[in-house]
Write a protein that binds this ligand. Structure first.
Ligand code: ADP
Ligand code: MG
Length: 331
């Protein structure tokens, strides 16, 4: 079973950033309003995610670490997925590839903790915590030297973690995020911070855009809010003059999940075709919302692709929505 877990783990956890993604998504699913991530050595020696969400009851801790145990779906409709997690694979996978410790407290109960190492679970122990959950993952891939070799420099892995956190932070502007590097001990160095935004969704998103992409972009971005046959597109897109030499400032989401989908990136490019040369990329944060039955997000756990039932419609929505906004802005 430990071997099976380790094989499955490779699917979910390719590098420190994929572990961070799973843990932060769990915190979001738990309704956290504040999420703190601490890393050391690019996440290779330590990833610690602290949240103020609903917590896990002591009696449920062993279950949370069991394969295919999820509290988020009853199995009746795999397509009807509203939360990030739905496979019950992340925690057992992390317990198979690193030294995992979870400390958690549900309001009104005592705090408890559990550890897993090499797929072996410790008994649940009493712990001290005022609320929420702390998940600590140490020495990722220590038992899998072949995978260790594929990890990049601390700097590159830290950057990938920052990128994952920024994408999730863009999708959840009402949640506060902090990323610290504690490689040198102590409180560490804050490398990203976005306090919880307030106001309506557009206000909040605008604040997040300013924080993540930059105030100049936010102040000159076009507001997008359009619908077409059950697909809704909202967010902000740059005026052509605020384009970039790379696509890193393109944030795309489908039903709240960050995606890096070729179809959607291509549609974004097509919308700006008349205004940008091939080496320029428009900055944008765009959210597609639709009935979960119109899109399959269950393509691969670690990748962020989606499959629309009607790809042409998704493309058309983006191209026409953005062209319309650009035309209104005088382009
Ligand atoms: P999934 O997210 O697919 O359900 P995971 O392995 O990521 O599977 O997590 C297993 C279960 O552990 C979750 O269904 C949830 O009940 C619980 N859990 C994990 N992380 C947290 C957290 N930060 N706060 C509260 N519950 C959590
Ligand atoms: Mg999960």
């Amino acid at each position: 079973d430990a071997a099976i877990n380790r094989i499955a783990a490779g699917e979910v956890v390719e590098r420190p950033a994929s572990a961070v993604k799973e843990l932060v998504e769990n915190a979001l699913d738990a309704g956290a309003r504040r999420i703190e991530v601490a890393i050391a050595n690019g996440g290779k020696t330590l990833i610690r995610v602290t949240d103020d969400g609903c917590g896990i009851a002591g009696t449920d801790l062993p279950l949370a670490l069991s394969r295919h145990a999820t509290s988020k779906i009853d199995g009746s409709d795999l397509l009807d997925i509203h939360t990030f997690g739905f496979r019950g694979e992340a925690l057992p996978s992390l317990g198979a590839v690193g030294r995992l410790n979870i400390t958690s407290r549900v309001a009104g109960q005592d705090a408890a903790s559990i550890s897993v190492e090499g797929g072996k679970m410790s008994p649940v122990k009493p712990a001290a915590l005022s609320g929420g959950t702390i998940v600590e993952l140490r020495d990722l891939f220590y038992a899998t030297p072949a995978r260790l070799k594929f990890m990049r420099s601390d700097r590159a892995e830290s950057q990938a973690i920052g990128d994952v956190i920024k994408r999730l932070a863009m999708a959840e502007p009402f949640v506060g995020f902090t990323l610290r590097d504690v490689s040198n001990g102590g409180e560490g160095r804050v490398s990203f911070r976005a306090d919880a935004e307030t106001g309506d969704l557009f206000d909040a998103l605008h604040g997040r855009l300013a924080r993540i992409i930059g105030t100049e972009f936010a102040e000159n971005a076009l507001r997008i809010d359009t619908s077409r046959e059950g697909l809704h597109l909202t967010g902000y897109a740059a005026l052509p003059t605020y384009s970039r030499g790379s696509s890193v400032a393109q944030y795309l989401f489908v039903n709240g999940r960050p995606v890096k989908d070729k179809l959607l990136v291509g549609a974004l490019r097509a919308a700006y075709f008349d205004f940008l040369s091939r080496d320029r990329h428009p900055a944008a944060a765009l959210f597609i919302e639709c009935d979960p039955h119109l899109v399959d997000v269950n393509v691969h756990p670690a990748k962020s692709e989606v499959r629309f039932r009607d790809p042409g419609m998704a493309r058309g929505l983006i191209v026409s929505g953005l062209r319309h906004a650009l035309a209104e802005a005088g382009h």
